[in-house]
Design a protein around this ligand. Structure first.
Ligand SMILES: [Fe+2]
Length: 434
């Protein structure tokens, strides 16, 4: 793995930043929540979770732990999975009115992302798109710190406990966009793999594909030295490209997906596999929180934009809905086949980390070797077969490409910046794989 990937370029960045919450990992650590919140001096917290979890055992453990530590708790659970403006505004009212000195989020990315964005609008009210980047928003920086936030993930995919972004569906745009600021990084994460014991197989699969793409996009991202140097250190973007830190975490996360995804999906009692996937999700969050994702995530937003009448078995959410991880992985084999010629060694190494046999492969084989391994992982975890597998037909592709092309910063974080027409051509290769 060549250090030459990060060789200096003229006018390019020569510095990268690593941002991380304080992190605790292990079975049963959710019960530490009260002690950890008390150690931060919290006396009254707003607990943000979703409707499926609010009356279940995980929120019960968390609430009892907080109360045992002498902390008042109020709960907000009116969250749309993949939160939208209405969810964020309701949660922001909850935070603004609650007289809290801290926030706890429990759930998947939807709960953690809602907590982050709710604090932004509660503390710094503004027009809703003001803090989103162009072209959909005004690109206003979040003005200052949020409240102390302890994030407790219950799925093994999002990594949101380790990132400074919140992904929100914008109604007018009918797509998802990223609200990002260093202030959004949670202060502390409690990552308890026992939370995933009760997850159904299809949720472990879709979140596992999200983790897979986080790690793969990090490892193959444009090198940070190929982004422009920023003179003001406070303006250095979070999406700063691949760097030696994101490599470390991404490589291990790719190993974990290659070894444990299928096992974790197929057997809920396989604690080794589920623990590893939870650790992998956290590692991938540490990686992409400090490098950014690229084309697979950018193109997933075109998929969720066009899914007008699609539902997904096992998710009690109204149509339209495709789980985030599925929307990301559907394009992955075609995307990485397209990008591999622009960083072949990285793509071949990534295929090897995922368990592909790369011994006799040469650079020209990189795209095919990686795409083949991705298709194996899709089939092994029960993924739909490409766009057709979720009912997206070729007549929608032009509109999907128009939608995805707006994710300009993420597209530019790939080793090659795909044009709108490139994106359309990639979608056509993603119709079906087997
Ligand atoms: Fe993701």
């Amino acid at each position: 793995m060549g250090c030459q990937y990060f060789e200096p370029t003229s006018g390019g960045a020569d510095t990268f930043t690593v941002a991380m919450p304080k992190l605790t990992f292990g079975r049963g650590c959710l019960a530490e929540l009260g002690a950890r919140a008390a150690a931060r001096g919290l006396r009254r917290v707003g607990l943000i979770t979703d409707r499926l979890l609010v009356n279940g055992p995980l929120v019960d453990i968390a609430r009892r732990s907080l109360i045992a530590a002498g902390i008042d708790v109020a709960v907000f659970s009116d969250i749309r999975i993949e939160p939208d403006q209405a969810t964020i505004e309701a949660a922001a009212h909850f935070v603004a009115d609650g007289k809290f000195d801290g926030v706890v989020s429990i759930g998947g990315g939807s709960s953690m992302d809602t907590a982050k964005a709710a604090m932004v609008y509660a503390l710094y009210p503004a027009g809703f798109t003001d803090y989103f980047g162009p072209p959909v928003g005004a690109g206003k920086p979040v003005p200052g710190p949020l409240m102390p936030h302890i994030a407790c993930p219950t799925t093994s995919g999002t990594g949101s406990e380790c990132t400074s972004v919140s992904v929100i569906r914008l109604g007018d745009e009918e797509s998802k966009f990223v609200l990002g600021s260093p202030y959004l990084l949670p202060d502390e994460a409690l990552v308890d793999p026992a939370c995933t014991d009760s997850l159904p197989a299809n949720v472990v699969a879709s979140t596992g594909y999200d983790l897979l793409c986080h790690a793969l996009e990090c490892y193959t991202a444009r090198a940070y030295t190929r982004w422009d140097r920023i003179d003001d250190p406070t303006r250095r973007p979070l999406l700063q490209g691949a760097n030696p830190w994101s490599d470390l975490a991404a490589i291990k996360a790719l190993n974990i997906v290659g070894n444990y995804l299928e096992r974790g999906v197929k057997d809920a009692t396989d604690h080794e596999a589920r623990d590893q996937l939870m650790w992998g999700a956290t590692l991938a969050g540490m990686a992409f929180g400090n490098s950014g994702t690229h084309l697979a995530h950018a193109m997933s937003y075109g998929i969720t934009h066009l899914m007008h009448d699609i539902t997904t078995d096992g998710y009690p959410v109204p149509s339209p809905f495709i789980p985030h991880g599925i929307s990301v992985v559907l394009g992955a084999p075609a995307i990485f086949r397209f990008l591999a010629p622009y960083a072949p060694a990285r793509h071949l190494e990534a295929a090897g980390f995922l368990g592909a046999d790369t011994h006799n492969a040469i650079d020209d084989d990189a795209g095919e070797v990686l795409a083949t391994r991705l298709v194996e992982l899709m089939r092994g975890g029960g993924s739909p077969n490409g766009l057709e597998g979720v009912g997206l037909t070729s007549d929608l592709i032009s509109a999907m490409a128009d939608s995805s092309a707006r994710q300009t910063r993420a597209i530019a974080n790939a080793p090659f910046t795909a044009s709108r027409d490139d994106i359309e051509a990639i979608y056509r290769q993603a119709i079906s794989y087997w």
